[in-house]
Design a protein around this ligand. Structure first.
Ligand code: NAD
Ligand code: 89V
Length: 344
Protein backbone atom coordinates (compact mmCIF):
# COMPACT_ATOMS: atom_id res chain seq x y z
CA UNK A 1 0.00 0.00 0.00
CA UNK A 2 1.27 3.49 -0.79
CA UNK A 3 1.62 6.26 1.78
CA UNK A 4 -1.64 7.15 3.54
CA UNK A 5 -2.80 10.75 3.20
CA UNK A 6 -4.34 12.31 6.31
CA UNK A 7 -6.27 15.46 7.20
CA UNK A 8 -6.09 17.00 10.67
CA UNK A 9 -8.94 18.95 12.27
CA UNK A 10 -8.10 21.22 15.23
CA UNK A 11 -4.77 23.07 15.14
CA UNK A 12 -4.49 23.93 18.83
CA UNK A 13 -2.09 23.28 21.71
CA UNK A 14 -1.77 19.50 21.39
CA UNK A 15 -2.06 19.23 17.60
CA UNK A 16 1.52 20.52 17.32
CA UNK A 17 2.70 17.22 18.85
CA UNK A 18 0.48 15.24 16.49
CA UNK A 19 1.80 17.14 13.45
CA UNK A 20 5.44 16.56 14.50
CA UNK A 21 4.66 12.88 15.07
CA UNK A 22 3.01 12.56 11.62
CA UNK A 23 6.29 13.86 10.13
CA UNK A 24 8.11 10.97 11.86
CA UNK A 25 5.54 8.23 11.20
CA UNK A 26 6.44 5.77 8.49
CA UNK A 27 3.67 5.38 5.88
CA UNK A 28 1.51 8.49 6.34
CA UNK A 29 1.57 12.25 5.91
CA UNK A 30 -0.83 15.13 6.49
CA UNK A 31 -2.07 16.80 3.30
CA UNK A 32 -4.82 19.11 4.65
CA UNK A 33 -5.62 20.88 7.91
CA UNK A 34 -8.73 22.52 9.30
CA UNK A 35 -9.40 24.96 12.14
CA UNK A 36 -12.20 27.46 12.56
CA UNK A 37 -9.64 29.86 14.11
CA UNK A 38 -7.72 31.49 11.21
CA UNK A 39 -4.74 32.30 13.44
CA UNK A 40 -4.21 28.67 14.48
CA UNK A 41 -4.68 27.56 10.86
CA UNK A 42 -1.90 29.92 9.75
CA UNK A 43 0.48 29.03 12.61
CA UNK A 44 0.21 25.26 12.00
CA UNK A 45 -0.01 25.54 8.19
CA UNK A 46 3.13 27.68 8.03
CA UNK A 47 5.08 25.64 10.61
CA UNK A 48 4.42 22.31 8.87
CA UNK A 49 4.22 23.54 5.26
CA UNK A 50 0.60 22.45 4.65
CA UNK A 51 -1.03 24.29 1.76
CA UNK A 52 -4.57 22.89 1.86
CA UNK A 53 -6.20 24.82 4.71
CA UNK A 54 -9.89 24.89 5.68
CA UNK A 55 -11.95 26.76 8.24
CA UNK A 56 -14.86 24.35 7.78
CA UNK A 57 -14.59 20.57 8.12
CA UNK A 58 -17.58 19.91 5.79
CA UNK A 59 -15.78 21.80 3.02
CA UNK A 60 -12.61 19.78 3.61
CA UNK A 61 -14.51 16.46 3.40
CA UNK A 62 -16.30 17.69 0.25
CA UNK A 63 -12.92 18.31 -1.43
CA UNK A 64 -11.63 14.92 -0.21
CA UNK A 65 -8.26 13.58 -1.34
CA UNK A 66 -7.30 11.99 2.00
CA UNK A 67 -7.46 8.44 3.42
CA UNK A 68 -8.08 9.27 7.09
CA UNK A 69 -8.90 12.14 9.40
CA UNK A 70 -7.17 12.99 12.71
CA UNK A 71 -9.59 14.87 14.99
CA UNK A 72 -7.58 16.96 17.48
CA UNK A 73 -10.32 19.33 18.64
CA UNK A 74 -11.69 19.51 22.20
CA UNK A 75 -14.52 17.20 23.21
CA UNK A 76 -17.51 19.43 22.29
CA UNK A 77 -17.02 18.79 18.55
CA UNK A 78 -15.97 15.11 18.67
CA UNK A 79 -19.36 13.50 18.02
CA UNK A 80 -20.24 15.78 15.08
CA UNK A 81 -16.81 15.34 13.48
CA UNK A 82 -16.63 11.55 13.92
CA UNK A 83 -20.12 11.21 12.45
CA UNK A 84 -19.08 13.49 9.57
CA UNK A 85 -16.11 11.18 8.91
CA UNK A 86 -18.44 8.15 8.97
CA UNK A 87 -20.88 9.82 6.53
CA UNK A 88 -17.96 10.45 4.19
CA UNK A 89 -16.63 6.87 4.66
CA UNK A 90 -13.32 8.17 6.01
CA UNK A 91 -11.47 6.26 8.81
CA UNK A 92 -11.02 8.48 11.88
CA UNK A 93 -8.78 9.03 14.87
CA UNK A 94 -10.44 11.00 17.66
CA UNK A 95 -8.67 12.64 20.61
CA UNK A 96 -9.69 11.80 24.18
CA UNK A 97 -12.03 12.42 25.94
CA UNK A 98 -13.82 10.51 23.20
CA UNK A 99 -17.21 12.14 23.89
CA UNK A 100 -19.24 14.18 26.36
CA UNK A 101 -21.32 11.16 27.43
CA UNK A 102 -21.22 7.38 27.13
CA UNK A 103 -24.36 7.44 24.97
CA UNK A 104 -22.64 9.84 22.51
CA UNK A 105 -19.58 7.56 22.50
CA UNK A 106 -21.75 4.51 21.74
CA UNK A 107 -23.43 6.38 18.86
CA UNK A 108 -20.01 7.32 17.41
CA UNK A 109 -18.79 3.71 17.51
CA UNK A 110 -22.04 2.57 15.88
CA UNK A 111 -21.81 5.22 13.11
CA UNK A 112 -18.29 4.07 12.16
CA UNK A 113 -19.25 0.38 12.40
CA UNK A 114 -22.21 0.93 10.05
CA UNK A 115 -20.04 2.91 7.62
CA UNK A 116 -17.39 0.17 7.73
CA UNK A 117 -14.58 2.58 8.67
CA UNK A 118 -11.89 2.22 11.33
CA UNK A 119 -12.16 4.38 14.45
CA UNK A 120 -9.32 4.79 16.94
CA UNK A 121 -9.32 6.96 20.05
CA UNK A 122 -6.05 8.85 20.58
CA UNK A 123 -5.61 7.27 24.03
CA UNK A 124 -1.85 7.47 24.05
CA UNK A 125 -0.82 6.87 27.67
CA UNK A 126 -0.76 3.06 27.29
CA UNK A 127 1.79 3.63 24.51
CA UNK A 128 4.30 5.32 26.85
CA UNK A 129 7.64 3.47 27.05
CA UNK A 130 7.46 2.89 30.86
CA UNK A 131 3.88 1.55 30.64
CA UNK A 132 4.86 -0.76 27.79
CA UNK A 133 7.78 -1.99 29.94
CA UNK A 134 5.36 -2.91 32.76
CA UNK A 135 3.08 -4.73 30.27
CA UNK A 136 6.09 -6.69 28.89
CA UNK A 137 7.25 -7.71 32.38
CA UNK A 138 3.75 -9.02 33.19
CA UNK A 139 3.51 -10.84 29.86
CA UNK A 140 6.89 -12.46 30.55
CA UNK A 141 5.43 -13.86 33.79
CA UNK A 142 7.83 -11.87 36.00
CA UNK A 143 5.42 -11.74 38.96
CA UNK A 144 2.89 -14.46 38.15
CA UNK A 145 -0.78 -13.52 38.31
CA UNK A 146 -1.27 -9.97 39.62
CA UNK A 147 -3.82 -9.63 42.43
CA UNK A 148 -3.40 -5.95 43.39
CA UNK A 149 -2.34 -2.72 41.70
CA UNK A 150 -2.01 1.02 42.14
CA UNK A 151 -1.94 3.51 39.25
CA UNK A 152 -0.98 6.91 40.53
CA UNK A 153 -0.60 10.38 38.99
CA UNK A 154 -0.04 13.03 41.67
CA UNK A 155 1.28 16.42 40.63
CA UNK A 156 1.27 20.16 41.30
CA UNK A 157 2.07 21.04 37.66
CA UNK A 158 0.29 24.10 36.23
CA UNK A 159 -1.59 22.26 33.51
CA UNK A 160 -3.90 25.28 33.04
CA UNK A 161 -1.15 27.42 31.45
CA UNK A 162 -1.19 25.33 28.25
CA UNK A 163 -4.84 24.25 28.45
CA UNK A 164 -6.83 27.11 30.08
CA UNK A 165 -10.18 25.43 29.26
CA UNK A 166 -9.37 22.77 31.87
CA UNK A 167 -10.08 25.30 34.64
CA UNK A 168 -13.54 26.05 33.29
CA UNK A 169 -15.39 22.73 33.07
CA UNK A 170 -17.71 21.31 35.74
CA UNK A 171 -15.60 18.15 35.40
CA UNK A 172 -11.81 18.22 35.39
CA UNK A 173 -9.31 15.62 36.54
CA UNK A 174 -11.18 12.36 35.92
CA UNK A 175 -12.44 13.47 32.50
CA UNK A 176 -9.09 14.91 31.35
CA UNK A 177 -6.31 12.98 33.09
CA UNK A 178 -7.92 10.17 35.08
CA UNK A 179 -9.30 8.88 31.78
CA UNK A 180 -5.69 8.00 30.84
CA UNK A 181 -4.93 6.46 34.24
CA UNK A 182 -8.12 4.38 34.14
CA UNK A 183 -7.18 3.21 30.64
CA UNK A 184 -3.72 2.18 31.88
CA UNK A 185 -5.34 0.25 34.76
CA UNK A 186 -7.52 -1.61 32.22
CA UNK A 187 -4.54 -2.21 29.93
CA UNK A 188 -2.50 -3.73 32.76
CA UNK A 189 -5.10 -5.54 34.91
CA UNK A 190 -7.99 -6.05 32.46
CA UNK A 191 -11.60 -4.92 32.30
CA UNK A 192 -13.47 -3.68 35.33
CA UNK A 193 -16.69 -5.04 36.85
CA UNK A 194 -17.43 -2.36 39.42
CA UNK A 195 -15.97 0.85 40.80
CA UNK A 196 -16.17 3.20 43.79
CA UNK A 197 -14.87 6.78 43.68
CA UNK A 198 -14.34 9.83 45.87
CA UNK A 199 -13.49 13.27 44.47
CA UNK A 200 -12.72 16.76 45.75
CA UNK A 201 -11.65 20.20 44.58
CA UNK A 202 -8.64 21.69 46.39
CA UNK A 203 -7.70 24.56 44.01
CA UNK A 204 -10.33 27.30 44.53
CA UNK A 205 -9.53 28.92 41.16
CA UNK A 206 -10.98 26.07 39.08
CA UNK A 207 -14.52 24.73 38.67
CA UNK A 208 -14.07 20.97 38.57
CA UNK A 209 -12.50 18.36 40.85
CA UNK A 210 -8.71 18.19 40.97
CA UNK A 211 -8.36 15.11 43.19
CA UNK A 212 -9.88 11.64 42.73
CA UNK A 213 -9.42 8.26 44.39
CA UNK A 214 -11.02 5.30 42.61
CA UNK A 215 -11.24 1.67 43.72
CA UNK A 216 -11.58 -0.82 40.84
CA UNK A 217 -12.78 -4.44 40.95
CA UNK A 218 -11.27 -6.05 37.87
CA UNK A 219 -13.05 -8.97 36.21
CA UNK A 220 -9.88 -11.05 36.79
CA UNK A 221 -10.46 -10.77 40.55
CA UNK A 222 -7.63 -8.24 41.01
CA UNK A 223 -8.27 -5.04 42.93
CA UNK A 224 -6.63 -1.72 42.09
CA UNK A 225 -6.56 1.89 43.14
CA UNK A 226 -6.39 4.74 40.62
CA UNK A 227 -5.43 7.96 42.38
CA UNK A 228 -4.97 11.25 40.54
CA UNK A 229 -4.28 14.75 41.81
CA UNK A 230 -3.22 18.14 40.48
CA UNK A 231 -3.14 19.51 44.04
CA UNK A 232 -0.07 17.61 45.23
CA UNK A 233 3.04 19.72 45.78
CA UNK A 234 6.04 17.41 45.99
CA UNK A 235 9.71 18.28 46.50
CA UNK A 236 10.45 16.86 43.02
CA UNK A 237 7.61 17.43 40.51
CA UNK A 238 6.80 14.13 38.74
CA UNK A 239 4.62 15.49 35.88
CA UNK A 240 3.67 13.69 33.66
CA UNK A 241 4.69 10.33 35.10
CA UNK A 242 2.19 7.60 35.94
CA UNK A 243 3.58 5.53 38.82
CA UNK A 244 2.59 1.87 39.11
CA UNK A 245 2.68 -0.73 41.88
CA UNK A 246 1.70 -4.32 41.17
CA UNK A 247 1.69 -7.29 43.54
CA UNK A 248 1.55 -10.75 41.96
CA UNK A 249 1.53 -14.29 43.30
CA UNK A 250 5.24 -14.60 42.51
CA UNK A 251 6.65 -11.10 42.90
CA UNK A 252 6.19 -7.35 42.65
CA UNK A 253 6.63 -4.60 40.06
CA UNK A 254 7.26 -0.98 41.00
CA UNK A 255 7.43 1.84 38.41
CA UNK A 256 8.79 4.76 40.41
CA UNK A 257 9.53 8.42 39.77
CA UNK A 258 12.40 9.02 37.34
CA UNK A 259 11.24 6.13 35.11
CA UNK A 260 12.77 3.38 37.27
CA UNK A 261 11.28 -0.09 36.95
CA UNK A 262 11.95 -2.55 39.77
CA UNK A 263 10.96 -6.21 39.51
CA UNK A 264 11.32 -8.43 42.56
CA UNK A 265 10.75 -12.19 42.48
CA UNK A 266 12.39 -15.39 43.65
CA UNK A 267 15.25 -14.80 41.19
CA UNK A 268 16.16 -11.54 42.99
CA UNK A 269 15.58 -7.86 42.25
CA UNK A 270 16.15 -6.20 38.86
CA UNK A 271 16.11 -2.44 38.39
CA UNK A 272 15.86 -0.90 34.92
CA UNK A 273 15.85 2.59 33.44
CA UNK A 274 12.69 2.76 31.29
CA UNK A 275 12.98 6.43 30.34
CA UNK A 276 11.24 7.55 27.17
CA UNK A 277 13.32 8.71 24.21
CA UNK A 278 13.66 12.47 23.82
CA UNK A 279 12.52 12.82 20.19
CA UNK A 280 14.16 15.60 18.12
CA UNK A 281 11.07 17.86 18.39
CA UNK A 282 10.18 16.95 21.99
CA UNK A 283 10.88 18.85 25.22
CA UNK A 284 11.04 17.79 28.87
CA UNK A 285 8.94 16.99 30.84
CA UNK A 286 6.45 16.35 27.99
CA UNK A 287 8.75 13.95 26.10
CA UNK A 288 7.10 10.89 27.67
CA UNK A 289 3.71 11.93 26.29
CA UNK A 290 5.21 13.15 23.01
CA UNK A 291 6.90 9.81 22.32
CA UNK A 292 3.60 8.02 22.97
CA UNK A 293 1.89 10.28 20.41
CA UNK A 294 4.37 9.09 17.81
CA UNK A 295 3.86 5.45 18.92
CA UNK A 296 0.05 5.52 18.72
CA UNK A 297 0.07 7.26 15.32
CA UNK A 298 2.52 4.66 13.95
CA UNK A 299 0.18 1.98 15.35
CA UNK A 300 -2.73 3.62 13.47
CA UNK A 301 -0.89 3.24 10.15
CA UNK A 302 0.43 -0.25 10.87
CA UNK A 303 -3.02 -1.63 11.80
CA UNK A 304 -4.71 0.05 8.81
CA UNK A 305 -2.15 -1.59 6.53
CA UNK A 306 -2.71 -4.98 8.20
CA UNK A 307 -6.50 -4.53 8.20
CA UNK A 308 -6.39 -5.16 11.96
CA UNK A 309 -8.24 -3.61 14.91
CA UNK A 310 -6.49 -0.84 16.87
CA UNK A 311 -5.50 -1.33 20.51
CA UNK A 312 -7.56 1.73 21.48
CA UNK A 313 -10.38 1.28 18.98
CA UNK A 314 -13.62 3.18 19.58
CA UNK A 315 -15.18 -0.05 20.88
CA UNK A 316 -12.28 -0.60 23.31
CA UNK A 317 -12.50 2.98 24.52
CA UNK A 318 -16.17 2.60 25.48
CA UNK A 319 -14.90 0.42 28.35
CA UNK A 320 -12.53 3.16 29.53
CA UNK A 321 -15.12 5.89 29.01
CA UNK A 322 -17.65 3.93 31.09
CA UNK A 323 -15.17 4.09 33.99
CA UNK A 324 -15.11 7.89 33.75
CA UNK A 325 -18.89 8.13 33.90
CA UNK A 326 -19.08 5.51 36.63
CA UNK A 327 -16.50 7.41 38.73
CA UNK A 328 -18.51 10.66 38.60
CA UNK A 329 -21.72 8.75 39.32
CA UNK A 330 -20.14 6.89 42.25
CA UNK A 331 -18.72 10.08 43.76
CA UNK A 332 -22.07 11.88 43.42
CA UNK A 333 -24.13 9.06 44.93
CA UNK A 334 -21.59 7.62 47.37
CA UNK A 335 -22.24 4.17 45.91
CA UNK A 336 -20.41 1.40 44.08
CA UNK A 337 -21.31 1.32 40.38
CA UNK A 338 -21.81 -1.80 38.24
CA UNK A 339 -19.75 -0.91 35.17
CA UNK A 340 -20.80 -4.00 33.20
CA UNK A 341 -24.43 -2.86 33.32
CA UNK A 342 -23.48 0.47 31.70
CA UNK A 343 -22.03 -1.31 28.68
CA UNK A 344 -24.90 -3.73 28.09
P1 NAD B 1 -7.12 23.65 21.95
O1 NAD B 1 -8.32 24.39 22.40
O2 NAD B 1 -5.78 24.27 22.16
O3 NAD B 1 -7.24 23.30 20.40
C1 NAD B 1 -8.42 22.87 19.79
C2 NAD B 1 -8.50 23.52 18.41
O4 NAD B 1 -9.60 22.96 17.73
C3 NAD B 1 -8.71 25.03 18.45
O5 NAD B 1 -7.73 25.67 17.67
C4 NAD B 1 -10.12 25.23 17.90
O6 NAD B 1 -10.27 26.42 17.16
C5 NAD B 1 -10.27 24.00 17.02
N1 NAD B 1 -11.65 23.56 16.80
C6 NAD B 1 -12.58 23.26 17.75
N2 NAD B 1 -13.71 22.83 17.18
C7 NAD B 1 -13.51 22.85 15.84
C8 NAD B 1 -14.30 22.49 14.71
N3 NAD B 1 -15.55 22.04 14.85
N4 NAD B 1 -13.76 22.64 13.49
C9 NAD B 1 -12.51 23.09 13.33
N5 NAD B 1 -11.70 23.45 14.36
C10 NAD B 1 -12.20 23.32 15.60
O7 NAD B 1 -7.19 22.23 22.66
P2 NAD B 1 -5.98 21.22 22.96
O8 NAD B 1 -5.41 21.53 24.28
O9 NAD B 1 -5.10 21.12 21.77
O10 NAD B 1 -6.80 19.85 23.14
C11 NAD B 1 -7.40 19.21 22.06
C12 NAD B 1 -7.79 17.81 22.48
O11 NAD B 1 -6.59 17.08 22.80
C13 NAD B 1 -8.64 17.76 23.75
O12 NAD B 1 -9.66 16.81 23.58
C14 NAD B 1 -7.66 17.34 24.85
O13 NAD B 1 -8.26 16.60 25.90
C15 NAD B 1 -6.71 16.48 24.07
N6 NAD B 1 -5.36 16.37 24.65
C16 NAD B 1 -4.83 15.14 24.67
C17 NAD B 1 -3.59 14.94 25.21
C18 NAD B 1 -3.02 13.55 25.22
O14 NAD B 1 -1.97 13.29 25.78
N7 NAD B 1 -3.69 12.60 24.58
C19 NAD B 1 -2.87 16.02 25.75
C20 NAD B 1 -3.44 17.30 25.68
C21 NAD B 1 -4.71 17.46 25.10
O1 89V C 1 -3.76 14.31 28.29
C1 89V C 1 -4.20 15.41 28.45
O2 89V C 1 -5.26 15.71 27.96
C2 89V C 1 -3.47 16.52 29.16
C3 89V C 1 -2.56 16.18 30.28
C4 89V C 1 -1.69 14.99 30.08
C5 89V C 1 -1.69 17.34 30.60
O3 89V C 1 -3.43 15.94 31.36
O4 89V C 1 -4.42 17.45 29.60
Amino acid sequence: MTELKGALIGCGFFAINQMHAWNDVDGARIVAICDRDPERLKVVGDQFGIERRYSDAEAMFADGGFDFVDIATTVQSHRALVEMAARNRVPAICQKPFAKTLSDAKAMVEACRKAGVALMVHENFRWQTPIQAVRKALDAGAIGTPFWGRFSFRSGYDVFSGQPYLAEGERFIIEDLGIHTLDVARYILGDVGSLTARIRRVNPKIKGEDVATILLDHQSGATSVVDVSYATKLSKEPFPETLIELDGAEGTIRLTQGYRLEIANDKGTTTMDVSPTLLSWASRPWHNIQESVYAIQQHWVDQIKRGAVHSTSGADNLKTFALVEAAYDSAARGQTIDVGAMLR
